[in-house]
Design a protein around this ligand. Sequence first.
Ligand code: GLU
Length: 416
Amino acid sequence: MAEHGHIFAAMLQEFDLAARILKLEPGIWRILTHPKRQIIVSCPVQMDNGEIEVFTGYRVQYNITLGPAKGGIRFHPDVSLDEVTALAAWMTWKCAVAHIPFGGGKGGIVCDPTRMSKRELEALTRRYVAEIIDAIGPEKDVPAPDVNTNEQVMAWIMDTYSMHVGHTSTAVVTGKPIELGGSLGRREATGRGVMIVTREAARHLGLNITGARVAVQGFGNVGSVSAALLGEIGAKIVAVTDWKGGVYNEKGLDVATLLEYARAKKTVDEFPGGTALSNEDLWGLDVDVLIPAALENQITMDNAPAIKARIVTEGANGPTTPDAHKHLHERGVFVIPDILANSGGVTVSYFEWVQDRYGYFWEEDEVNTRLEKKMIEAFDDVLQTSLKYTVDLRTAAYIVAISRVGTVTRMRGMYA
Ligand code: GLU
């Protein structure tokens, strides 16, 4: 196994807390803390200026005990094998918590998509898919969108794979455009799931969601939809920040106008509907709900002591470091962990995969109703487990996940 860095180490720290409580046997412990398969590829691309650049891509299949590997592909300059492996592990636990028949995978390409043309992105995507072609497929490994990838990128993945196998294969990837086998409701699914668990948590804590003040870090697919849907159920979105800056309005931001603004300007910075707010100042705001919906390692011991929110809903993967999480839990902050909070996306990815394999597509209402049911079940499983073992929700979610993957690992037995 390749050397791991701090992100995978953080995942292991979280895992160990739960495995210890479960008194997990050493053999299963060892299996579940090793990635099944790590693929590293070099992707040469002819850039628009005629030069050939070589991009590094990764695909990690962390665990495929419950089914095909499942997880997104991100395009970002900071992508590393450490990060992709940790994210693939988190996908494994997330799918188990969501109770869907998938293992966990993740992919990434080290690149800065903001500096690339559409043609360059298409060439890079297709070359990456060609390089990992043997490892993916509807029964093997099913990619999806993640940071800086979207429906268009999924369409290129679907087409490249289909060209290689010689027939149209829609179920090889999820998060596709509706026209080519995507599911209604998939684009909004992660944010919808964030809204549902936040609402359930508020109900559990006796906090009125109507008028509850919400601050969101990140205004991509997850942050923007979470804000819009929480606004729809009566919460007041008072602050939003992104990579560039942010905006605050104690009376509540007009999320629909903010969405239009962000679409045009590619940032929420300098939005005229409030006062300027920095990413650092977001954490200490006097709010009820805080939603980190950007990248890993955002809530650290540098800012956790300032957090005043009652609920932290992790829209992003791995946004809170283990020590900051411990600190928040000890102060009574109700942290809804990533592997539960943002599982709405992969849950509707599962629905998309099912619809593709059936060749029969559901109405949006049916997707949303099924998602609602799955999210509430997952939230209740984790909450009940946390009450049973007197642990925080993250450890409880790991207990649920490790129990499910561990049981199947034991039943299937060892293949020597
Ligand atoms: N990238 C999303 C996640 O981190 C979605 C994965 C999927 O739908 O496969 O959960």
